[in-house]
Write a protein that binds this ligand. Structure first.
Ligand code: UDP
Length: 241
């Protein structure tokens, strides 16, 4: 069997149901558009657990997603979608490419969240694009973009609160969306939501608890992911207690 898609950190497999796929989380990590590579034991499991927990939480708040259920340590069942080739990035605090682009210092909190779009293309290095590019490239309609923006801001509200409750600042994150294979008029949140695609800073110490530990060789990468998972689990255990 071959996966129908293999990305840098995940594989997608067909199932007996043509409308359902299995998404497998790998231990591989990449940064700087694939230039830096490594593999971390348990990364697939940790990201799967964190992403599952976040998707279940978002599902309860009514955000439509591709998530169906967790299958095992490194696999989830998801609805088949056609990915919208636009990455939606939400920023609450200046970091990463925002700082590179503007010269602004890392850590400045924005008065309002910033939304930006990039074209999902490894070949081109995910370039920054705007609404007009997206329309003319045929990646999404202006109406789709209204929906993507609104959903991204909603997810930001929900997740900023969720992470704040466990002592983490949601600095920025990347979302992907897809059109349901069973009904392409419906766009849902897709891909993973994990410390691979979010910046999370400890609210007390400012310590980075995300993939920047790998990008910047800060060490203890998986320890940080484990800590994020532990805090989220403890928070949810309180809810069910
Ligand atoms: N991000 C991602 N995949 C990408 C680009 C960005 O998951 O291809 C995430 C990244 O982890 C961060 C946020 O989106 O949480 C903003 O990333 P930025 O544009 O600062 O890019 P970076 O310089 O970190 O690649």
């Amino acid at each position: 069997m071959h996966p129908i898609y293999e990305g840098k950190a995940k594989r997608l497999w067909e199932t007996s149901d043509p409308m359902t796929l299995r998404m497998e989380f790998k231990n591989d990590a990449t940064a700087f558009n694939g230039e830096k590579k490594a593999s971390f034991e348990n990364k697939g499991r940790l990201n799967n657990e964190i992403s599952t927990l976040i998707y279940e939480y978002l599902g309860k708040t009514g955000i439509p997603t591709h998530f169906v259920r967790k299958i095992d340590d490194t696999n989830v069942e998801v609805k088949r979608v056609e990915i919208v080739m636009v990455e939606v990035i939400v920023r609450n605090v200046a970091a990463g490419s925002f700082c590179k682009r503007t010269g602004m210092e890392e850590g400045k909190a924005f008065s309002q969240p910033i939304i930006e779009f990039s074209y999902k293309s490894d070949e081109l290095g995910d370039p920054l694009i705007n609404d007009d590019y997206i329309r003319e490239m045929g990646l999404a309609t202006p109406e789709d973009l209204v929906f993507l923006r609104k959903s991204a801001l909603q997810v930001n509200e929900i997740l900023s609160g969720f992470f704040a409750e466990v002592g983490l600042k949601l600095v920025d994150f990347k979302l992907e969306f897809g059109r349901l294979a069973s009904d392409p008029s419906q766009i849902v949140l897709a891909d993973e939501i994990s410390p691979d695609g979010c910046r999370l800073w400890d609210l007390k110490t400012g310590e980075k608890m995300d993939k920047d530990r790998f990008r910047r060789d800060l060490g203890n990468v998986m320890e940080a992911y484990e800590e994020v998972l532990g805090r989220l689990k403890a928070r949810l255990a309180k809810e069910t207690a």
